[in-house]
Design a protein around this ligand. Sequence first.
Ligand code: SF4
Length: 161
Amino acid sequence: MTTPPTIEQLHAAAAEHADQGRPVPCQQGTPADRAAWTSEDRHDLARAAEQCAPCPIRAQCRAVAVHAQEPTGAWGGTVPGRRGGTGRINTPAVLAALAAHDHPATVREIAAHIVAGTPSPKDRQEVASIAARLVSTGRATKTGAGNRVRYTTTTEQETAA
Ligand code: SF4
């Protein structure tokens, strides 16, 4: 596993991107907006994690949290308990994978797209959980049943990750 950046390197990268007109989302808005990233409310954290999608340092940020097994906060699009072994399976990644398919995608297809290879059972489980939540909130549709379940995103503007 590649060594992740230190917190200081992460902050320096954030400042550099901000200087170049690419601010990181968790440093934007009001103090109340920014508090979502450190909230103890899981709904706030989930919303914050989704706002990480366009962040220019999302991968590094996620790597820091995964490496440190960070128990609190939204980091790199992930939330506590759902950072995963790689941190790759998250809501923005699932939405991006759905958008990348020109047909309704199975859980296996979504997971394979995200990990760029053969997904593990845990990867598929994570994708299934996120896809179910997207369906329940109207951001994806579900067709079929059992092993034939397929998903399609309904929110084009949220798929850039
Ligand atoms: S990935 Fe999210 S938490 Fe990390 S720096 Fe970017 S906006 Fe902030």
